[in-house]
Design a protein around this ligand. Structure first.
Ligand code: AMP
Length: 206
């Protein structure tokens, strides 16, 4: 199964991606986590990405596409991938289509987590407070000013991928403001549906 999770920062993609990966034995690929690991390791890629991350802007498409295309070729992605935070532009979505077509591994579902933007700022504040209380490091882009830019970037550069997938009949929306458990149930229902449909297509029953 190849699944894309889309939603603004703080919508719950990471939480749902982790759960889906555990439940279905898939690999969760968070481009944000991958970039932060490169920054922490001090690689050239990390140095290039740092200022984009800190300002809440997108790292250039070619950097991200190269990073993902190398990663999905690895063994631990063989049973399937949950893409969390990728694609984030229409060009990234097109590049993903091309990669998956070449590998004959089409997307099973594209799931949008819809949210109330005002509520996101509250969620961010809660997350930062919880991490501080637990003595965990706070992400350099987890502050109100950067979040506002990340939301603007989402609206201007990432939201256009929604009609891209809708036009291809792939987009399913889930209310990301529901509880974590309710969101999980809604996502599972979509996956069962898309799994059944793909099985019917294979056996010619549609
Ligand atoms: P995230 O952890 O997904 O919120 O990502 C944190 C930051 O990493 C973003 O604000 C971007 O600067 C960068 N980033 C993550 N994924 C991508 C992507 N697919 N395309 C471009 N930049 C990305």
């Amino acid at each position: 199964m190849m699944i894309v999770l889309i939603g603004p920062p703080g919508a719950g993609k990471g939480t749902q991606g982790k759960r889906l990966a555990e439940k279905h034995g898939l690999k969760q690929l968070s481009t944000g986590d991958m970039l932060r690991a490169e920054v922490a390791a001090g690689t050239d890629l990390g140095k290039k990405a740092q200022s984009f991350i800190d300002s809440g802007n997108l790292v250039p498409d070619d950097v991200i596409v190269d990073m993902i295309s190398g990663r999905i070729a690895q063994d631990d992605c063989r049973s399937g991938v949950i893409f969390d935070g990728f694609p984030r532009t229409v060009d990234q979505a097109k590049a993903l289509d091309k990669m998956l077509t070449e590998k004959k591994r089409p997307l099973s579902a594209v799931i949008e987590l819809t949210v109330d933007i005002k509520e996101l700022v509250n969620r961010l504040q809660t997350r930062v407070a919880q991490m501080k209380a637990a003595g965990q490091p706070i992400r350099t882009d987890d502050n109100e000013q950067t979040l506002i830019n990340r939301l603007k970037v989402y609206r201007e550069q990432t939201a256009p991928i929604l009609p891209y997938y809708k036009d291809r009949g792939m987009l399913k929306a889930v209310d990301g403001m529901a509880s974590i458990g309710e969101v999980s149930v809604a996502i599972d229902a979509i996956l069962v549906d898309s799994d059944l449909k793909s099985q019917c297509q294979v056996s010619g029953k549609r």
